[in-house]
Design a protein around this ligand. Sequence first.
Ligand code: SF4
Length: 402
Amino acid sequence: MTSEARVDNHNAVPGAGEGDAAPSAADGERVNLFSLSRAQMEAFFVEQGEKAFRARQIMKWMYHRGVLDVDAMTDLSKRQRAWLKEVARFDLPEVVTRKESRDGTVKWIVRVANGNCVETVLIPDKGRNTLCVSSQVGCMLDCSFCSTGKQGFNGNLSTSDIVGQVWLADAELRARAAPGEVVRPGEPGGVTNVVLMGMGEPLLNFDNVVAATDLMMDDLAFGISKRRVTISTAGVVPGIYRLAEVSDVSLAISLHAPYDPLRDELVPINRKYPIEDLLAACRHYVAGLGERRSLTMEYTLLQGVNDSLEDARALAALLRDVRCKINLIPFNPFPGSGYQRPDEGRVRAFQTLLMNAGYATMLRTTRGDDIDAACGQLVGQVEDRTRRKERYIARRRAGEVA
Ligand code: SF4
């Protein structure tokens, strides 16, 4: 993969202050158009002596029709096509592995610009195609039940790395379409929902994630509704306040515990930003979304750890004044995790208590069991650069960690 001119700062749009300069190809390096927002692409073309509306034409080819072959962009003149080849490129993550589950879930391992691998998972369900994308290579937050967290951190993804995951999934869905059927991102048949719940903590890769989600929601790119693009955070409180200033993307919180001592253990960033601070940030964010939208609280159920009725009651009381719905996720065990999935009766009882307390409470069914679709599982088998997972398992066996 070629080196990439980094133009991923979402603020780098005309009139936005620092970083306004449009990316330039004057240094002889072609610019990856998947790195650019609509405004950045317009500025880039104007700087190249072209009309701004060229961005509109080219984005439609890239995102609506899935065409990256410049010679096939038939509404550009021969001269314009030659020019485009000189100044631009269309670099995407490279697919290393593709696995498809019996239930239709597809998991890709893709190699991104910095040479590392991340995971992308497509979950088709009742007319929806939900894509779970990664935002970082590994993760530095080390949540105790997470396979990704055991692999250490190997860097941020660029905007084009993140957007490219959506483009690749759309390309697959387009290829499956019946003859004559037009598949568009954001519409039935294409990717309809995106969740940034793959590898990494999105708010620790703030600029690139915001730029990528802007493209996901831009009608000239993926055109997915803001209700259907969700950033999921473990609780990076300053990032939530910052996000409220620049975006109205949907937000999910990986809560997983109703008390600080337990959350300190499960989600260590809680030691820095405890529950009270986190919920204050949540109330601030949801206030900016308008009355009809809410947050999602993610709660992974771990047998004997956070799945009792007492825990459910505490959770219901905790969230009383936060406009939210709750997603319950029975834990998907992986080797060395040390946690178990609760039995179905316990899960149902937890859900029923929350529903009786007035919360819309969804139960996320496990998908892609046969292809190791738990986040971080498959890439951990394909590539574990730091060998941190093995060290973690050895330490757990030796009784050094809980
Ligand atoms: S759960 Fe999310 S934030 Fe926590 S370690 Fe895993 S990837 Fe990182």
